[in-house]
Design a protein around this ligand. Structure first.
Ligand SMILES: Cc1cc2nc3c(=O)[nH]c(=O)nc-3n(C[C@H](O)[C@H](O)[C@H](O)COP(=O)(O)OP(=O)(O)OC[C@H]3O[C@@H](n4cnc5c(N)ncnc54)[C@H](O)[C@@H]3O)c2cc1C
Length: 649
């Protein structure tokens, strides 16, 4: 094995035996010792809240942090469409193996087999857990739980609560969390932002966090730290993520020695409301669930597309025979339910070829006319009413009467902190869960699988694996936060904040962030080339220089200061943007969401190079002025044969 390649150990046995084998042989912590062990969980989204509640229930002493004023306002609340599980309630051929296989294939064979199988295996327990909590999943007329379909699958395995699945799941996790807060096993720190992880003798031993209400920097010790801070899609400035979503904790951990894995694997979602102007700060998702019943099309004739763009023709005036249902045409087996990366590129291809709609030419239609004819308006309203309402409020058009306009936008990041089978990063005692880890989705995440992964990690995986680590920590006493490692970290953060405050330049944080976003979208976005990625690296270096010499932050550091919060996050997005471009440049193949124009099949599909790139890219920080080092975790496929993804037949 070449020296920068490494393998991790996963439990022995056939796929269905691995997780059980692990649990049967792992170390546990007895109840009396649990009380003596502190665990910090950063984040209260579905991953963080479920982990904190479960660890509290087990008897550990948990400190749980979040930026928002309530755990319930974590970005997870925005999740719309649903959560996958292999229950096979529809009796349509689903199984744990099929969910595992779809996920691995959907991710273009760039994920770890053992992890993905475990995810599929515990998916069913998530539904039981959430139903027990009272999550109001949609039910069929007879009272049984209903399912719908999501991209990349030919079965209906997605559980949902109208278009508010994330909100309902988060309320469930929040109620479990609140119970522990009440019992005293979890202490909540809302409006706190982690600014560094503290590492002592190679082990994570705490964090430094800023109290966002008064700007005070505070130190917290724990025997283990869990990062559940979500994804870094906002590096693109415009994204479907919540405004406060950020990648800072990942950069902090990376700079302390944790590997950053597959940073270039970012997901572009095909069904977002198109950008409508330069002053926009947020994009809105139209859930993938809409592709169950909505049909995607553009005009067949260029002159029709031109007339629509000029405002001379309405989509409803175009007869069926002049509509190009390009997904159904290109991918007959999966039709409108191809995975997101495939649907996004197909939309871009049509728009690039001159068939796009909206006044910009950067949109395609998602049409419910056919579903309304087939099912009636009431059924469509019942299934998607709140999404239609949201669309109408933003676009001022009634989607029951005229097709929605949609366009791809950045949505989810498959990359993140590298973790082993136990969800432990390359720093001992530092764990990462949910969207913050590089996760089980490979190069492309299938719809409704993020909620599944976040809750699998938080309710069912971490509560076991962390004990295997903590069992060796029972003799470690609580440490003082006056230790030099805490004080040094604090000093460094303070110096960074003072530096930012003292620049007093001419640019707002947002204007620089927007500039970064343009570079990311145009050069590191849906299609990348060697040339665009090299240019991006240069541009990002310039943006970094501009940021550190010309940003203006009003107000004071020791006070509530939203601009300072944004500046600290932007400093890290710049680092992440650079890593994304570097990783994309290294990966000379196309797979999932990473599409290098140079590597495609004759009919424009992603062309993998398994011989050279069947690995997880793990970037190791080597200091401010030294290039990061690339280590490669080999991906061995023992149980599944890697194939060219096919959604056509
Ligand atoms: C519009 C939209 C719809 C979606 N719909 C679906 C869907 O239907 N199905 C699906 O499976 N997935 C969906 N997703 C993806 C899914 O919602 C996310 O991947 C998932 O919710 C992430 O959960 P998380 O717990 O990892 O992180 P988040 O929910 O992002 O939570 C992050 C937490 O970390 C905290 N935090 C962050 N940084 C810090 C810091 N430095 N210090 C302290 N706290 C910090 C935040 O306050 C927050 O509490 C959707 C995503 C979007 C954007």
């Amino acid at each position: 094995m070449q020296d920068n390649f490494f393998k991790i150990s996963v439990p022995q046995g056939a796929l269905p035996e691995k997780w059980s084998n692990y649990k049967n042989h792992q170390k546990l912590v007895n109840p009396a010792n649990k009380r003596r062990l502190d665990v910090i969980v950063v984040g209260t989204g579905l991953a963080g809240a479920s982990a904190a509640a479960s660890l509290g229930e087990l008897g550990f002493n948990v400190l749980n942090f979040c930026i928002q004023d309530s755990p319930r306002r974590a970005h997870s609340i925005a999740a719309q469409g649903g959560i996958n599980a292999a229950k096979n309630y529809q009796n349509d051929g689903d199984s744990v193996y099929r969910l595992f296989y779809d996920t691995l294939k959907g991710g273009d064979y760039r994920a770890r087999e053992a992890n993905v199988y475990r995810l599929a295996e515990v998916s069913n327990s998530i539904i039981d857990q959430c139903v027990a909590q009272g999550v109001p999943f949609a039910r069929e007329y007879g009272g049984l739980l209903d399912n719908r379909s999501f991209g990349g699958a030919q079965v209906s395995r997605t559980f949902y609560a109208k278009g508010q699945t994330g909100q309902q799941l988060l309320l469930g996790a929040y109620s479990a969390l609140s119970r522990q807060v009440n019992l005293g096993s979890v202490k909540l720190f809302t409006r706190y932002e982690m600014l560094d992880v503290v590492v002592i003798d190679g082990r994570a031993r705490g964090i430094i966090a800023r109290n966002l209400r008064n700007g005070k920097l505070e130190r917290f010790f724990a025997h283990a730290v869990v990062i559940a801070t979500g994804g870094y899609g906002n590096a693109f400035f415009l994204s479907t993520n919540a405004m406060a979503s950020n990648g800072s904790s990942m950069v902090q951990c990376y700079k302390k020695g944790a590997y950053f894995a597959n940073p270039c694997f970012a997901q572009i979602h095909p069904t977002c409301i198109p950008v409508h102007g330069e002053f926009q700060s947020k994009l809105t998702l139209m859930s993938e669930s809409l592709r169950n019943d909505g049909r995607i099309w553009v005009p067949k004739k260029k002159e029709d597309a031109e007339a629509i763009r000029a405002g001379k023709l309405k989509p409803t005036q175009i007869p069926d025979e002049d509509r190009d249902f390009y997904l159904e045409r290109r991918y007959p087996a999966f039709g409108n339910l191809v995975p997101r990366d495939v649907a996004s590129r197909a939309a871009k291809e049509r728009c690039d070829a001159g068939f796009g709609v909206n006044n910009t030419g950067l949109a395609v239609y998602l049409d419910f006319k056919y579903a309304i004819e087939r099912l009636g308006k009431e059924v469509v309203e019942e299934r998607y009413g709140n999404l239609f309402q949201m669309y109408e409020k933003i676009v001022d058009e009634n989607p029951y009467e005229t097709p929605m306009m949609i366009f791809p936008a950045i949505h989810y990041t498959m990359g993140g902190l590298w973790v082993d089978y136990e969800l432990q990063t390359s720093i001992k005692g530092l764990f990462a869960i949910g969207e913050a880890n590089f996760s089980d989705h490979g190069a492309n995440r299938l719809g409704a699988s993020a909620l599944m992964q976040g809750l699998a990690d938080g309710y069912f995986v971490l509560p076991y694996t962390i004990q295997n680590y903590l069992a060796d920590q029972i003799q470690v006493p609580r440490m003082s936060t006056d230790l030099p490692e805490f004080l040094d970290a604090l000093k460094e953060i303070d110096a960074k904040i003072q530096k930012l405050m003292s620049i007093k330049g001419k640019r707002s944080v947002d204007s620089i962030h927007k500039e970064l976003g343009h570079v990311m979208w145009e050069m590191v976005g849906m299609e990348r080339t060697e040339q665009s990625l090299k240019a991006a690296l240069e541009r990002i270096k310039e943006i970094k220089k501009e940021f550190w010499s010309n940003v203006y932050i009003p107000g004071k550091a020791d006070d509530l200061n939203v601009e300072l919060e944004k500046a600290l996050r932007l400093a890290d997005f710049i680092e992440i943007g650079y890593l994304m471009a570097l990783d994309g440049l290294n990966r000379e193949e196309s797979c999932g969401g990473h599409f290098r124009e140079e590597y495609q099949t004759e009919d424009g599909e992603a062309l993998r190079d398994d011989d050279k790139f069947s690995y997880v890219s793990c970037w190791k920080y080597n200091g401010e002025d030294t290039a990061p080092e690339l280590l490669k975790e080999t991906l061995d496929y023992e149980f599944v044969k890697c194939q060219q993804r096919n959604y056509k037949s």
